[in-house]
Design a protein around this ligand. Structure first.
Ligand code: PXG
Length: 285
């Protein structure tokens, strides 16, 4: 396996960063997770844009330009012969002295890993996923905006642990107002009376790239869409529910907190959107 590290492709054992890197010491850095389908890095431009926006928001200057990052990503994928897989882009603050001061760090580390991907079991796409609501709320946007895809994922990890303890593979997180936000690594959608609904970015969520692609596919298919405030009641009485994410794609949800969603089977519009999404992955640049 060849890892891209600061401009060079090196072996796995040579791909190391300092124990003084603030990415490790403080979770100070940003990342992206991207899929590769048929040798194409899917929606790469969107992911690179979000990476640079996340970096800008935390005052991290990425030492190479977005076009150079796109090039480096493609080269890393090709060097590893990945046709269908997963790319992890990481930019850390770099090594510094102990203490939070970003001025006492140097050399942000750029890491690109191209690997295979572990997906949810196929059974979940057939029969649907069961979800619980975590008691851990999503970070308050005035504390750590969820739109920053930072290396600091403990908020999500704490909620994920609750899901794991409850025997589910994902967990729903509410925001500080008690509204529906998102899951630990996926966005959430419902269908109600033919309208596709999902929380808007100001619910304090990561604006998922899969989410945006699915919204656009739905609109093109003539399905009405709404980015709106949702509470758990809306979810309990939904006709259909699904999650979206880079790894998940579109995954049906059939129960939440023990309430059966719709008829307890993956819904027809969910299935249609998954089909449309698969078509998009096949024809995308
Ligand atoms: N919400 C959160 C909190 C996420 O972390 C999504 C929504 C879905 O966004 P995208 O842009 O992927 O549609 C995510 C995505 C990983 C990994 O390796 C995590 C994500 C995506 C890919 C890989 O942990 N999270």
């Amino acid at each position: 396996m060849k890892i891209y590290l600061n401009g060079q492709l090196v072996g796995k054992e040579q791909a190391v960063v300092s124990v003084f890197d603030h990415g490790l010491l403080y979770g100070d850095g940003v990342f992206e997770g991207i899929r590769v389908y048929g040798g194409n890095v899917f929606l790469l431009k969107d992911h690179i844009e979000r990476l640079y926006e996340s970096a800008k928001a935390i005052r991290l200057e990425i030492p190479i330009s977005p076009p150079a990052m796109i090039q480096a990503t493609k080269e890393t994928v090709a060097a590893n012969g990945i046709t269908d897989g997963y790319v992890r882009l990481v930019v850390t603050r770099g090594a510094g002295s102990l203490g939070l001061d970003i001025r006492r760090t140097s050399n942000p580390q750029i890491i690109i890993i191209a690997d295979t991907i572990t997906l949810y079991p196929a059974e979940i796409y057939e029969n649907g996923m069961h979800l619980i609501t975590a008691s851990t709320i999503r970070n308050h946007p005035a504390a750590l905006p969820a739109r920053i895809k930072s290396l600091n994922y403990l908020n999500n990890i704490l909620a994920k642990i609750e899901g794991t303890d409850a025997g589910t593979v994902e967990a729903l997180m509410l925001n500080h107002k008690g509204e529906v936000a998102e899951c630990t690594g996926d966005n959430i959608f419902i269908l109600k009376n033919g309208v596709l609904k999902t929380p808007s970015p100001d619910a304090g969520i990561l604006e998922g790239i899969t989410r945006n692609a699915v919204l656009q596919l739905a609109r093109e298919a003539g399905i009405a869409t709404q980015e709106t405030t949702l509470i758990r009641h809306d979810l309990y009485v939904a006709d259909e529910m699904f999650l979206t994410g880079t790894a998940a794609e579109v995954v049906p949800v059939v129960s939440l907190d023990g309430r059966v969603i719709g008829d307890g089977k993956p819904g027809p519009i969910t299935r249609r959107l998954l089909e449309l999404f698969h078509e998009l992955t096949r024809k995308a640049e």
